[in-house]
Design a protein around this ligand. Sequence first.
Ligand SMILES: Cc1ncc(C[n+]2csc(CCOP(=O)(O)OP(=O)(O)O)c2C)c(N)n1
Length: 312
Amino acid sequence: MRLLRVSDERVAERARRGEVPGLLHLGVGEEAVAVGACAALRPEDKITSTHRAHGHFLAKGGSPKVLMAELYGKEAGCCRGKGGSMHLVDMNIGFLGANGVVGAGLPIAVGAALGARIKGEDWVVVCFFGDGANNEGAFHESLNLAAVWNLPVVFLCENNQYGISQSILSQQKVANVADRAVSYDLPSQIIDGNDVLAVFGTISKAIDAARQGKGPTLVECMTYRISGHYEGDSDAYRDLGEVAAWLQNDPIQRFQDFLLNQGVLLPEEVESLFRNVDTTVDEAVAFATGAPYPTPDKAEKHVYAPGKRGTS
Ligand SMILES: Cc1ncc(C[n+]2csc(CCOP(=O)(O)OP(=O)(O)O)c2C)c(N)n1
């Protein structure tokens, strides 16, 4: 969680210096969802992500250097610098894609889960999506089809309370995304998304069920994005008291306090762990800044399907 936090904070700092191009959506404050869920996965399991994807990528085992290089638009990035923040993909780690189109990961997750079924393999898919996606047709169609076909997919809503500047209740009468599950006869749960152990425990059970052929689950993780919707957002729509209250509910601080109180970690071990994270992020930034950009002659390479324009 600390790696996700420091990496995103560094990306923001470097973006303000003009080093990182494009629109950036940070996951600061939501780390427990990504880490708790991905810690429950096997390497061969897959995830689909959203436009707020950096944390999902790292939590699924993505390389901090490769992520940073992609954000910098460098050839050493996971999409050779051509995808950027909202279009990260890394098939080597089962990361089936970030997506700039809200809700687009849902049908991809269902398709992948169908792929597992057809191939007779026992990997599962965790589909991350935001509360902003739950009024889209793709959401309802995906849950319906996954339920009807009993597919090995876990629908994981990161309910960070807002879709850009709109609170969830300004967009829908149903207060909880999990309530949608009734329509598709799916089991569902609402959990504290800032409690990494709660996320790990709940998603582990949902994954086990999916792997055993018991079908999909919808889990709604209640969390909050501490930063604005995108890097540079004036963030004028949120009450300062609300933000302050959520700052007291920081998932990293909470887990750190828990580990110290339980005697699992000593304060000096926390410090050493944090120093290691700082070094990892320093090295990722140095790698990204020193790496070459893709050359113009490769502009179309890996962009079009084989047999179409350009080369595969
Ligand atoms: C299909 C589609 N509609 C609208 C947008 C514009 N848009 C970008 S982010 C966003 C809000 C998404 O909210 P949510 O899914 O809750 O994710 P969060 O940003 O809160 O992580 C919207 C409406 C888009 N990118 N794609």
